[in-house]
Design a protein around this ligand. Sequence first.
Ligand code: ATP
Ligand code: MG
Length: 180
Amino acid sequence: MQLKSIEIIGFKSFADKTLIHFPGGMTGIVGPNGSGKSNIAESIRWVMGEQSAKNLRGSRMPDVIFSGSADRRSLGMASVTLTLDNSDHFIKTPFDTLKLSRKLFRNGDSSYYLNEKQCRLKDITDLFLDTGIGQGSLSIISQGNVEQIFNSKPEDRRSIIENVAGVYKYKQHKTTAQKE
Ligand code: ATP
Ligand code: MG
């Protein structure tokens, strides 16, 4: 499975339609402070179903919609589309290419799409279940998280490592089994 491209319209600082291609291998995004690097990472988290405005550095979800600048009026909608090459079927679906989209209007109306067909949030989150890349996973680490991980207590850091290594869920199964 590979991230192919992301299209961002009206999300945070990206007022104009912006298409970013990921050609394979490792991609670095560089730019001055405040140029929108973290906004790109957040757009990926958002389209994959992030439900917390706070995790996206906002207080309400419509805060992700372009709010205007000195020479530009605000917009009424944010839309992000992520294209994944799934020809290895790492994500358990028959689709070779997956196109996930999320749209949000200022009045709070929001919709999700899977390969251009409207779907539920659950359809998106189910795709990533047990892949280690879904909502709340540690595959996308934000700037603040790095510090949080460094400064966390050793026990908390251990549980982060166990989570990444996939040990955590077996520990949970064990605790549940012991209670039964
Ligand atoms: P740094 O190098 O400091 O981490 P960065 O490249 O990661 O910077 P971001 O945090 O992605 O930068 O972008 C911040 C910019 O996005 C700020 O200028 C902020 O005003 C702008 N921004 C955030 N939300 C919106 C919004 N809803 N509408 C317009 N601009 C926004
Ligand atoms: Mg940043």
